[in-house]
Design a protein around this ligand. Structure first.
Ligand code: M6R
Length: 367
């Protein structure tokens, strides 16, 4: 059932190109200029009445939500807040009938996420679920459901579910933008064209897995490391850090690159690995200056960078991994893949049970 792969996690990482295609399938018009989410029952008037969005989820699904916030705010221009589900209800959030609450859950059974959904409904908000499991509790109780077509995810560490959730957010963002008129059809067509290229681009990253295996084997000898990035790169950094912790048991922290000098820089010492994401053109100079800060203190830096920027970045980092060029908003769907592979190979190098890490369950059905 692992289809020739040593672990479910690796199989699921390699299934991502298919998961992207399947999640997009049937949801984009033939001319590629419009997104059709027929599963969303909201009328155009109801969509226009949305004043704010809350995205609520746990773990990796929350990290998809962090990217989702940027996607929805930039495409639909609706303010978005994100909360981890175990915190949401207890901060007495301001949930009004003009709030759209989006819950994200691979399994659709996570107790805290389900409780957040119920609280949102109790307050009169409309709830949209992004889930991978048809018939799950979340899918049954939400008002609208976008099913990610990732297929069953067995490994405890979520990979293809996360990236499919990103695809769902892109589709939703474009759908809302079209309805609200915040983006024109030429722009939508441009994003759709770039989305169609993602599966092949992921394949080309997977072709370079041996390079990442080597990186991971070196990292696996360390007990502490950092992930840094700005904007959506910071959101991906958080996911990369969680993935690594979860299965390799190596301690890591994800930091907004500009925050380092407000405290964490004190932890940087000779030889400490820093993985830096540098995919956002407009933030690129800023992140480079943060890389120089850690380099000056002896860090060993791996830059995950867009093709075409290697020349500039090469001077400032110790190692480079290039990802194919895409639109800035779409880059998380590519940049997370090397981080998944690094986590996988680091776990393997440490002799851990990759698919069933200690202390963790695939689906957390207790609060
Ligand atoms: O099934 P869900 O998406 O609701 O699960 C949420 C988290 O428990 C899950 O993403 C967890 O963080 C993963 N093990 C991370 O790889």
């Amino acid at each position: 059932e692992k289809a020739g792969f040593d672990h479910f996690m690796l199989k699921e990482i390699y299934e991502q190109p298919k998961a992207y295609r399947d999640t997009m399938m049937g949801r984009i018009s033939d001319d590629g200029r419009s997104v059709e989410l027929t599963e969303i029952g909201m009328t155009a008037d109801e969509i226009r009445a949305i004043r704010k969005i809350h995205i609520v989820a746990c773990g990796t699904a929350m990290h998809a939500g962090l990217v989702g916030k940027t996607v929805l705010e930039s495409l639909a221009r609706i303010p978005v807040e994100t909360d981890v589900a175990s915190e949401y209800r207890y901060r007495s959030p301001i949930i009004t009938p003009d709030t759209l609450v989006i819950v994200v859950s691979q399994s659709g059974e996570t107790a805290d996420t389900l409780a957040a959904l119920r609280e949102a409904k109790r307050c009169g908000a409309r709830v949209l679920a992004i889930t991978n499991v048809v018939g799950s509790s979340v899918s049954r109780e939400a008002d609208d459901v976008i099913i990610t077509q990732a297929g069953p995810e067995i490994a405890v560490a979520s990979t293809k579910a996360y990236t499919s959730q990103l695809i769902a957010f892109y589709l939703l963002g474009l759908f809302l933008a079209e309805t609200l008129g915040t983006k024109d059809s030429a722009f939508i067509a441009e994003v759709v064209t770039a989305m169609h290229q993602l599966p092949e681009q992921v394949e080309s990253i997977l072709d370079n897995a041996p390079v990442l295996k080597q990186v991971a084997e070196n990292l696996s000898k360390h007990n502490n490391l950092f992930f840094i990035g700005r904007g959506v790169d910071f959101a991906v950094a958080q996911e990369g850090s969680l993935k690594l912790k979860e299965i390799s048991y190596i301690h890591s922290e994800a930091y907004a690159a500009g925050e380092l000098k407000h405290g964490t820089l004190a932890l940087i010492e000779e030889g400490i690995p820093v993985i830096s994401l540098i995919t956002q053109e407009d933030l690129y100079e800023k992140t480079l200056s943060n890389i120089k800060e850690v380099k000056a203190r002896g860090a060993h830096v791996l830059g995950v960078v867009n093709e075409g920027f290697e020349g500039e970045v090469a001077k400032s980092v110790d190692e480079l991994f290039a990802i194919p060029k895409t639109l800035p908003l779409l880059s998380p769907a590519l940049s997370v893949v090397p981080l998944q592979l690094i986590a996988y190979y680091a776990s393997l190098a440490r002799g851990n049970d990759v698919d069933k890490p200690r202390n963790l369950a695939k689906s957390v059905t207790v609060e």
